[in-house]
Design a protein around this ligand. Structure first.
Ligand code: FAD
Length: 195
């Protein structure tokens, strides 16, 4: 589809899940292929949301788990994917779908190092609606492109989907407590101002 539609602009994007051990290599190969066949590469970079499912499936079907053995390996590959894309930004457009503050900050620093304007249309940051607004709002305020990702559909389908995500995804617990502590800190700051 990219070969067909991404000849002059970035229309079609593929998602790369960096929690998989093989995806950084896959990204580089996808880039090489796009150069050989002369089309533009659109990528949404995420860590990945189905870690538990992938691991269970690997055990059930008796093949080695495709997931990185530890979170730090996933973080390293995510950040290296950002570095690789920025080094090849003349042919790549990215949407960084992440709530990770360090990776978001790294991307802003890489953009500065490569002299890329904050509002360059090849680079988007994206967070889910209702999550990590502190990242979205601050980036947007500083002039970066930010998209809020809105899961939608019939209530009967969406609620069970969101519940399953909450149950399956161990990372949500960390995310929620991180945001609650930011809200509590802000509440305390305002209380002090009133005194
Ligand atoms: C806009 C947007 C679009 C998204 N679209 C998709 C999509 O299309 N497909 C999809 O799969 N996900 C998608 N996600 C979810 C995403 O993959 C992550 O699950 C979620 O954003 C949490 O990761 P993080 O980068 O925000 O940061 P963090 O909170 O720093 O990282 C948590 C993530 O790290 C990884 N991780 C945690 N522990 C380990 C471990 N022990 N070993 C290896 N890895 C580990 C997991 O991927 C976990 O979700 C999307 C997220 C956003 C914001």
């Amino acid at each position: 589809m990219m070969e067909k539609y991404n000849t002059e602009d970035f229309i079609v994007f593929n998602t790369i899940q960096l929690y998989r051990q093989d995806r950084l290599e896959f990204l580089k190969e996808a880039h090489q292929k796009s150069r050989e066949r002369n089309y533009l590469l659109g990528l949404k970079l995420v860590r990945g949301a189905y870690m538990e499912k992938e691991r269970d499936r690997a055990i059930e079907q008796q093949y080695p788990s495709p997931i990185q053995s530890q979170k730090s390996d996933c973080d390293r590959d995510y950040d290296n994917a950002l570095r690789y894309c920025l080094e090849n930004i003349q042919h790549i457009s990215i949407c960084a779908g992440t709530h990770n503050e360090k990776s978001s900050l790294l991307l802003t620093e890489l953009m500065r190092q490569h002299s890329i304007a904050p509002n360059d249309k090849r680079i988007y940051f994206s967070q889910l609606l209702g999550m990590s607004d502190h990242i979205s709002f601050n980036l947007s305020h500083a002039g970066y492109n930010v998209a809020k990702y809105v899961p939608y559909g019939p209530v009967a389908d969406v609620l069970p989907y969101l519940t399953r995500r909450a149950q399956e995804n161990t990372s949500i617990a960390g995310q929620t407590s991180r945001e609650l502590s930011l809200l509590t800190a802000e509440q305390n700051r305002r209380k002090k101002l009133r005194k």
